[in-house]
Design a protein. Structure first.
Length: 239
């Protein structure tokens, strides 16, 4: 199974807009991510249709299109960034209006550049560390890459583009590299990935025995199909 390429491994953030984004630019320069910036919504949609971004920072109001039109274009099935997490950045005068927008569970909310500097930095950092994570019960098979043996049967508790929490009767030590096969219900093909065990659960505190996994590679179009699954699950929670 091929290891995920640099395009998928490095967190990519797209910042969109003019004067509002200028205010947060110093915070972005200090972030350990690949930061790109465009001045308009339509340019952002064009980029996001071809390149995958984990996070979008959207200056509100956009100079050329409304947020609803922007959301609709961004979430098209052919987009390369259909599950990008989105944070609206605005000022106090537009904060209430910006906070009212919904985007199928992917919008993280809105923040104002008029916040205290330390609070603004903390909120931006928190946003960029967060990937959309959904509750999901899907059948899983785990096989240790180095240890061989039969696949372990497991079930997902929650799922994101970056990893999964699974329950299983057999615990693998942290650092174990595994092949993971996720079988979404009603899907014709499984999602095949390579992952690393990053933690074991505390059964007394968490109420389950399982493993925290971080994805490091995907087979074929498995990543794209995982993104579609996450988006469809998030949409179910929108009221």
């Amino acid at each position: 199974m091929p290891v995920e390429d640099e395009f998928h491994r490095q967190e990519r953030i797209l910042a969109i807009g003019g004067e509002v984004v200028d205010v947060i630019a110093p915070f972005l320069e200090m972030a350990p991510y690949r930061i790109e910036r465009v001045p308009s919504g339509r340019m952002a949609v064009l980029l996001a249709s071809k390149m995958r971004y984990q996070h979008l920072l959207v200056g509100y109001p956009l100079p050329d299109i409304g947020l609803v039109e922007f959301f609709d274009a961004l979430r098209r099935p052919e987009s390369a960034s259909p599950t990008a997490r989105l944070l609206v950045v605005t000022d106090d005068s537009h904060l209430a209006q910006a906070s009212a927008y919904r985007d199928e569970g992917f919008i993280a909310g809105a923040i104002s550049i008029d916040l205290d500097v330390d609070e603004l930095a903390e909120m931006l950092t928190s946003f960029m560390k967060t990937a959309p994570r959904v509750k999901a019960a899907m059948e899983v098979e785990l096989s240790a890459i180095d240890g061989g043996g039969y696949p372990l049967l497991a079930e997902t508790v929650n799922l994101s583009e970056s990893g999964a929490l699974v329950v299983t009767d057999e615990i693998l030590p942290a650092g174990t590299k595994v092949l993971i096969r996720i079988k979404p219900p009603r899907a014709k093909r499984p999602i095949d990935a390579q992952a690393v065990v990053v933690r074991t659960t505390n059964a007394k505190l968490e109420g389950l025995a399982g493993l925290g996994l971080r994805f490091v590679g995907f087979e074929g179009d498995s990543f794209a199909r995982l993104a579609v699954q996450i988006r469809s699950l998030l949409a179910e929670y929108v009221v």
